[in-house]
Design a protein around this ligand. Structure first.
Ligand SMILES: CC(=O)N[C@@H](CC(=O)O)C(=O)O
Ligand SMILES: [Zn+2]
Length: 314
């Protein structure tokens, strides 16, 4: 619970922290880092915090596939979490209930304070932190801390609080859910640069939590975020088959401005399809492999500057 005191948001110490890997079993940086930390967790321990490394979808990891029955990172709905049926449920629905029992219950005071969920993308997104709320001042302060600690390397913040496009993530059982999405990395593949970037972001994030728990007050700050606006599907024929690819001018240009009239898709017979929106947007998750099944070629975002209140331990 938060209350305001001298304009500073007061929060309890963040003592229960988890790092999830393998929410998608073919995203290898998170799987590998979490497996490493399960053998020896010294690197992720900090004073006054217990950090638990955890493989969320072991069956998918074993098969090196995104999921077995259904996408675990969409499964944490109130309906799924209360569904009867036990082991007769789809594997990931059952697993979501188990994770909710261990790290939640979602929305309850007993829930974990912070969960970092490690993902890789085939898109050229670089280092991206994913937030689910613009009002979580603890997380906004953490984003600011990580960005400053990483500079001159960069790390962008994707904010998904879209009423229709937001989904029920594994990390959403925590009070402060943080997604970490690093790419480009093919599915089933490890790249050392991507692995190292992910590792250093988790280091800074845990350092922030340690400082917070040691009573450091973080003064008000601003954080640049990219807010999810719209899902854009591939052009399709009447039978629903894809008839175009991401245009070469857009491919790999995640986070770069896309203006009305700019090339967006290239049909198989060589025609260019242009972006027709009303103004400049910042596309991301461009040509993500896992999103073909979700009818998404990319997502558009708009840049926003959020103000984070000061935060301090109560
Ligand atoms: C490529 C990929 O899996 N991205 C994640 C993003 C997130 O964690 O919010 C997902 O769709 O679940
Ligand atoms: Zn993923």
């Amino acid at each position: 619970m938060s209350s305001y005191n001298n304009n500073s948001v007061r929060l309890n110490a963040a003592t229960k922290v988890a790092v999830f890997g393998g929410t998608h079993g073919n995203e290898m940086s998170g799987v590998t880092l979490v497996n490493l930390w399960m053998k020896n967790s010294n690197e992720i321990q900090r004073k006054g915090v217990e950090t638990k490394p955890f493989i969320t979808n072991p069956k998918a990891v074993e098969k090196c596939t995104r999921y077995v029955d259904t996408d675990l990172n969409r499964a944490f709905t109130a309906e799924n979490l209360s569904a009867p049926g036990g082991e007769s449920l789809p594997y990931e629905v059952w697993r979501a209930q188990e994770i909710n029992n261990m790290f939640g219950p979602k929305g309850s005071p007993e829930a974990y304070d912070v969960i970092f969920d490690l993902h890789n993308t085939t898109s050229n997104m670089g280092c991206t932190l994913i937030l689910e709320s613009s009002k979580d001042h603890f997380n906004l302060q953490m984003m600011n801390y990580i960005k400053k600690a990483l500079a001159p390397a960069s790390c962008l913040v994707l904010l998904n609080e879209h009423p229709l496009l937001k989904y029920s993530t594994s990390r959403s059982v925590a009070k402060h859910p943080v997604g970490l999405e690093v790419g480009p990395q093919p599915q089933g593949v490890l790249r050392s640069n991507i692995f190292d970037s992910m590792r250093v972001i988790i280091k800074h994030a845990l350092d922030f939590i340690e400082l917070f728990n040691e009573d450091v007050e973080f003064p008000p700050c601003t954080v640049e975020v990219f807010r999810v606006l719209e899902r854009v599907d591939y052009p399709r024929d009447a039978n629903g088959n894809i008839i175009a690819m991401v245009h070469p001018n857009l491919q790999d240009c995640d986070w770069e401005p896309l203006n009305p009239g700019d090339p967006m898709f290239q049909t198989f017979d060589g025609k260019t399809i242009h972006y027709q929106g009303p103004g400049t947007v910042y596309p991301t998750f461009i040509n993500e492999a896992a999103y073909y099944e979700k009818q998404q070629a990319f997502v558009t975002t708009k840049r926003e500057t959020l103000v984070a209140s000061a935060v301090k331990k109560s």
